[in-house]
Design a protein around this ligand. Structure first.
Ligand code: NAI
Ligand code: HPV
Length: 527
C-alpha cells in the first residue's frame, strides 16, 4: 500500500481516483508547519502540494520513501527541483488545468485596473459617491504587451483581441508565424515598454525572469501604463514598481502574486493605485478540480509504473515512443551493469552512440537507464532514472551522447565506451526481433549473447582445446552452462569467451580457471 500526503487544500472530487484506489492511502494534512512536515514525510511515497507548501532541500532529505511530488498547478518554484532530482523524486505538475481560470483572473484584473473597480467599490461602501476620481480608460484601441506567450499569455491575447486591443507579445519561442496565426504582433521587451498602455507578465519565475521588470524597464515605459502580474511575485521588482508609481510612470498595478506570500508590511498593499488579490489566479472550482484530477492520475501512474506525461525533471516520452523504446531500457540497463563489472578502474567518461532506428527518437531515457545500470551496481537502490545522470556528475563521471550511422547492419544499436585511467572498455547491444536483447560486441569482439542474470567473461588466447577445458571444469563443479560464445579478432590471437551460466563461480573455481593454460582472466558478471 502506497501512502500519499496532501499538504495543501485541494479538491476532494479531484483526488477521487486516489481516494478510491485500494493501492493508495491518502492523508490530508493541510496545516503542517515545515518542522511537522519534515517529521511526517518519511512515511510517504507521494506528496501533493499547491503553492503554500515549500518543498525544500531539508524536507527532501527526510523524504526517504518519496517517489513523486505532484504539483496541483503550474509553478514549481516552491519545490527544490535540484534536490528532488538528486533524491530520485519525480516532480509532476498539472500544466493545463488552471490556464483558463488564471487567464480570466488576469483579464478581470486588467479590467478592474482600467475602471478602478476595487477602489470605487471601497469608497462607495464607505458611504461616498465619488464619480470624478474613478474615471477610467477604455481597452478598445489600447496596446497590451504580453511578456510570456505560453498557455496563459496566449489565452489572454485572444481575449484582448476580442476587446479590440492591439497586442504585442514577447516570448523567446514566439515565431512570426505563430504571432500572425494568433493575430498579434511579435515584439521584444523594448517594443512593449515603448508602446504598451497595459503590460501583463506570464513567464515562470526563474533566474532569467527574476526582476525582469525592473527600474530601467519602468524608465522606458509610457507614462500612465497599467501593469498586471498574475504569474509570480519576483518577476516584477516590487521596490522599482513602488518608485514607478510614485513617479507617475505606472498609473495602476494589479497584483495577484507577491515576492513574499502572504505579503507582510508590503507598501504596495494598501496603496490606492494598486489592486491586489491573494494569489487567486487558479482558485476556481473548475481549475481546482482539473489540476487535482490531472495530478492524481499522474501519481497513480507513477506509483504503478505506468507511463506519465508531465514530469518536470524527466524527459517527456509519448506512449508510442515508449512502446518502441521500452525493450531498449532493459538492454541499456544490462549493458551498464555489465560494463561497470568489466572495467577494472572507475570510469571517467561514458560515450553512448545510438544508430539505426534509435536515432529517430528521444533516447534520453535510454541513456539514463544505462547510467542507472552502471551506477546501481555499487550505489544500489538510491539510483533511479530520475537521478542517474545527476549522480554521475556528482561522482565526476561525464557522459556524451551521439547519433551515428554506424548501425553495423542491426536495426537499432546502442554502443558504449567507458574511458578509465587505464584504458577503454566498449560494448554494444541490439534487439533481435522475437529474441529480445542481445549483446553483440564486447571490447571490439563480435559475439551474440543474451544479457541474462549471470555471465562469465573469460579472456584467453585463441588455441584449440580451451572451450573443452572450460566446459569440463565447470561441469566438474556442477555449474550448468546455458550458452557459450567465443569471439576473436584473428586466428591464434586474443579472444574472449562469454557464457551464460546458472550459478556464479566461487573464488576457488575462478582460481582453477586461471590455472588453465592460455586463460588470462575470468570474471563473474552479475546482471
Ligand atoms: N496566479 C496564479 O494562481 C497562477 C499563476 N501561474 C503562473 O503563470 C505563469 C505562466 O503559466 P503558463 O502560461 O501555464 O506557463 P507556460 O510554460 O505555458 O508559459 C510560460 C512562457 O514564458 C516564456 N518565457 C520564459 N522566460 C521568458 C522570458 N525571459 N521572457 C519572455 N517569456 C519568457 C516561456 O517561453 C513560455 O512560453 C507561471 O509562472 C505560473 O506559475 C499559473 C497558474 C496560476
Ligand atoms: O499553478 C500555479 O502556478 C499557481 O500559482 C497556482 O497556485 P495555487 O495552486 O493556487 O497555490
Amino acid at each position: 500500500m502506497f501512502k500519499v500526503l496532501v499538504s495543501d487544500p485541494i479538491s476532494e472530487d479531484g483526488i477521487r481516483a486516489l481516494l478510491d484506489s485500494d493501492q493508495v492511502q491518502v492523508d490530508q494534512k493541510t496545516d503542517l508547519s515545515p518542522e511537522a512536515l519534515k517529521e511526517t514525510i518519511p512515511e510517504y511515497d507521494g506528496l501533493i502540494v499547491r503553492s503554500q507548501t515549500k518543498v525544500t532541500k531539508e524536507i527532501l532529505e527526510c523524504a526517504t520513501k518519496l517517489k513523486v511530488i505532484g504539483r496541483a498547478g503550474v509553478g514549481v518554484d516552491t519545490i527544490d527541483l535540484e534536490a528532488a532530482t538528486e533524491h530520485g523524486v519525480i516532480v509532476v505538475n498539472a500544466p493545463n488545468g488552471n490556464t483558463i481560470s488564471t487567464c480570466e483572473h488576469t483579464f478581470a484584473m486588467l479590467m478592474a485596473s482600467a475602471r478602478n473597480i476595487p477602489q470605487a467599490h471601497k469608497t462607495l461602501t464607505e458611504g461616498n459617491w465619488d464619480r470624478k476620481t474613478y474615471k477610467g480608460v477604455e481597452l478598445k484601441g489600447k496596446t497590451l504587451g504580453i511578456v510570456g506567450m505560453g498557455r496563459i499569455g496566449t489565452e489572454v491575447s485572444k481575449r484582448a483581441k476580442a476587446f479590440q486591443m492591439n497586442v504585442i507579445g514577447y516570448d523567446p519561442f514566439l515565431t512570426e508565424e505563430r504571432a500572425s496565426q494568433i493575430g498579434i504582433q511579435k515584439g521584444d521587451l523594448d517594443k512593449i515598454y515603448e508602446n504598451a498602455d497595459f503590460i501583463t507578465v506570464h513567464t515562470p519565475l526563474i533566474k532569467e525572469t527574476h526582476h525582469l521588470i525592473n527600474k530601467s524597464a519602468f524608465q522606458k515605459m509610457k507614462k500612465g501604463v497599467r501593469i498586471v502580474n498574475c504569474a509570480r511575485g519576483g518577476i516584477i521588482d516590487e521596490t522599482a514598481l513602488l518608485e514607478a508609481i510614485d513617479e507617475g510612470i505606472v498609473a495602476r498595478a494589479a497584483l495577484d502574486v507577491f515576492e513574499e506570500e502572504p505579503p507582510t508590511d508590503n507598501p504596495l498593499v494598501g496603496k490606492p493605485e494598486v489592486i491586489v488579490t491573494p494569489h487567486l489566479g487558479a482558485s476556481t472550482s473548475e481549475a481546482q478540480l482539473y489540476v487535482a484530477e490531472d495530478v492524481s492520475q499522474e501519481i497513480l501512474n507513477i506509483l504503478s509504473d505506468q507511463p506519465f506525461q508531465n514530469a518536470v525533471n524527466m524527459p517527456a516520452v509519448n506512449d508510442e515512443t515508449r512502446k518502441i523504446l521500452e525493450p531498449y531500457y532493459l538492454l541499456s540497463e544490462k549493458l551498464g551493469e555489465m560494463m561497470i563489472q568489466l572495467a577494472k578502474q572507475p570510469p571517467r567518461h561514458i560515450k553512448i552512440s545510438y544508430a539505426g532506428t534509435l536515432t529517430d527518437f528521444n533516447t534520453e531515457l535510454v541513456t539514463r537507464t544505462f547510467v542507472k545500470g552502471l551506477l546501481s551496481h555499487y550505489l544500489g537502490e538510491k539510483v533511479n532514472i530520475v537521478n542517474a545522470t545527476h549522480l554521475a556528475k556528482q561522482y565526476g563521471l561525464s557522459y556524451s551522447v551521439e547519433n551515428t550511422t554506424a548501425s553495423l547492419g542491426y536495426s537499432g544499436l546502442i554502443s558504449v565506451t567507458l574511458t578509465t585511467d587505464e584504458g577503454e572498455y566498449s560494448a554494444a547491444g541490439t534487439l533481435f526481433d522475437g529474441l529480445g536483447p542481445r549483446i553483440v560486441h564486447v571490447n571490439q569482439y563480435t559475439i551474440d549473447i543474451a544479457p541474462t542474470d549471470r555471465l562469465l567473461y573469460i579472456q584467453h588466447t585463441d588455441v584449440p582445446g580451451i572451450i573443452g577445458h572450460v566446459g569440463s571444469l565447470l561441469g566438474k563443479h556442477e555449474i550448468n552452462i546455458a550458452t557459450m560464445q567465443v569471439g576473436r579478432k584473428q586466428v591464434g590471437g586474443q579472444a574472449i569467451m562469454m557464457l551464460t551460466i546458472d550459478k556464479a563461480l566461487s573464488e576457488e573455481v575462478l582460481g582453477e580457471l586461471l590455472q588453465v593454460d592460455h586463460i588470462h582472466s575470468a570474471k563473474n558478471i552479475d546482471l
